[in-house]
Design a protein. Sequence first.
Length: 316
Amino acid sequence: MNLVTDEVTKINPKSNSVTTAKNGDITYDYLVVATGAKYNYDEPIGMKAGLEKAEKVFTFYTLDGAIKLRDALKNFKGGTIACTVSEMPIKCPAAPMKFIMMAEDYFNSVRGIRDKVKFIFTTPMPAVFSREPYASKLSEIFKRRGIETIANFTPSDVDNEKCVVKDYGGKEFHYDLLCIIPPHEGESYIEESEGVGDAANWAHCDKHTMLTLKHSNIYGIGDATDFPTSKTASGVRKQAHILSNRIISHLKGEEPTDTYDGEIICPMLTKFNRVMFAHFNYTESMSPAIESYANWVLKVHMLRPLYWNLMLRGLM
């Protein structure tokens, strides 16, 4: 194995090569596009300035942002806390919901000032989650715990002076602390690389074979793709196993038969000591929408060491 640490600037499918910043063109027989997702801070208007100021506008999708948000929550005395999702898709689409539910429970069971805090959650989707029975269960949890939901809300402007967020349809809300999820996109050279990606720079792939639609030797995996399922660690773990088997079949001169069915497992922290698992694939949901302490133990005390010690090492 030859490890090259360099920046790829273009994929050249016609010559089966990638152009790099320092090492010129590197040829391949099979290519796996695993370029992930990055954040676009230019939209909505005002978001970037608010995040840089870091007084009332935060995001937990970066380490620095998460630390600043944590400190802001510790010092929050009362008012409106809002979490708004700019666009879909995003990495771990349940993460914003986990944040607002855990924040609500934090001010209720830890800080003891729940009566002084209003919670708002906005989503560009028609419901808080895309799959049943989890969408209905989450809506019930939000309603029971007094978390206001604004659906079909795509923010266009963050007014950092008036502390108001507006959407393209004319709706708006006021905040005292805003957690915003910036739009996600793929690497810019993906769309520019001769039919590898789409206009949002995601690798444009068959959702089952994981092959890019226009090239028989270029695969996509993980957050870099346009698979119609959630961008999660559990998903890429499944994809990695299937993809490796397909490439082995290619090298043996055999027709690959392994396919990806869109399976992901998403542990949703709904409050301290309670987790609900959303387990589904492209066609069906495979777990009940139940919050439990057993799920909390599995998520908090078991999945963490499994992730760092096994999953990232390719051992599970």
